[in-house]
Design a binder for this molecule. Structure first.
Ligand SMILES: Cc1cc2nc3c(=O)[nH]c(=O)nc-3n(C[C@H](O)[C@H](O)[C@H](O)COP(=O)(O)OP(=O)(O)OC[C@H]3O[C@@H](n4cnc5c(N)ncnc54)[C@H](O)[C@@H]3O)c2cc1C
Length: 255
């Protein structure tokens, strides 16, 4: 059994100015048909601010090591642990790892990763995406200083995946869950309809758009059409329909 993270993770962490650790799984829980929560006991240095993620080293179907990135849902400082919400409704190395992970398993983690954090100057925060974005959305929204406003427009495969989160009383919260029904994963029309049904508040806002590659692009265009400028939109494609994410966990960006 290895006593520390793989040498490649140590080198990667050094390049990224991050940390590498062979951490331990505390628990795994199926929260909904598509979402599994994995709680990992690991050094707090692995975790960055709300919006950040960690890289998990997993094995693909051909036996090769690849990395998958997962946003941190919440941190428990007492038990030095953090939770991930992982979509497990498809077949892929990350999904397989999360579905089969058991308490006590070791996991090679590099973190923190990610550049998108909460815009401290925004009066309202709009979170748009699919279930893969929920962990980041909720952790970011829970860090909004009150009074403030959070709006969620999230597409789910089934309403049972519409997980909610507790927020401070002083936070105005609007949640719109869009049922994907039979639409393909790269069809943005459900989220676009959800977005157009919602009147954006006045004053200064910031949109965070996390989910499927093609859908994220369509949402970004729609938000620009609604008057948000590029500094008010933070978009990150988390995965891409019909393709594995690349070895380092990012979806391919070519068209
Ligand atoms: C910065 C960052 C943060 C992320 N945070 C999270 C997170 O908190 N939770 C989370 O679940 N994911 C998150 N992701 C996405 C996750 O890393 C990818 O979904 C990853 O591709 C899943 O890996 P996989 O090995 O299971 O599937 P892959 O090998 O990448 O893909 C296999 C197949 O499954 C499909 N697929 C992949 N993801 C999904 C999905 N969500 N729904 C439906 N089909 C899918 C692909 O299109 C492909 O056909 C994040 C990605 C990034 C870049």
């Amino acid at each position: 059994m290895p006593s520390g993270p793989d040498q490649s993770s140590i080198e990667l962490a050094a390049r990224l100015n991050a940390h590498a650790e062979l951490a331990t799984i505390l628990s795994t829980t199926r929260l909904s048909p598509s979402i599994t929560e994995v709680i990992i006991k690991g050094d707090h240095h692995l975790v960055g601010p709300p919006g950040s993620d960690v890289m998990i080293r997993v094995v693909d179907a051909k036996g090769r090591y690849v990395r998958r990135r997962y946003s941190v849902r919440r941190v428990d400082e007492t038990s030095e642990s953090f939770a991930l919400w992982i979509v497990t409704s498809h077949e892929g190395p990350g999904s397989t790892w999360a579905s089969s992970a058991r308490t006590g398993d070791l996991v090679d983690v590099v973190g923190p990763r990610g550049k998108i954090t909460l815009d401290p100057l925004a009066d309202w925060h709009l979170f748009v995406g699919d279930t893969s974005g929920l962990a980041a959305f909720y952790r970011m929204a829970q860090s909004i200083e009150t009074p403030g406003r959070a709006i969620f427009i999230v597409e789910v495969a089934t309403m049972d995946d519409a997980l909610t989160a507790p927020f401070d009383e002083g936070l105005g919260v609007t949640g719109i869950f869009v049922d994907r029904t039979s639409r393909p994963h790269d069809d943005a029309s459900g989220l676009l309809d959800g977005l157009s049904a919602f009147a954006l508040p006045p004053d200064v806002g910031h949109a965070y758009v996390f989910g499927e590659f093609h859908v994220m692009r369509a949402i970004e265009v729609a938000l620009r059409d609604r008057g948000l400028d590029e500094h008010q939109i933070s978009t990150k494609a988390f995965w891409r329909t019909g393709r594995h994410n690349a070895e380092m966990g990012e979806p391919e960006k070519d068209l």
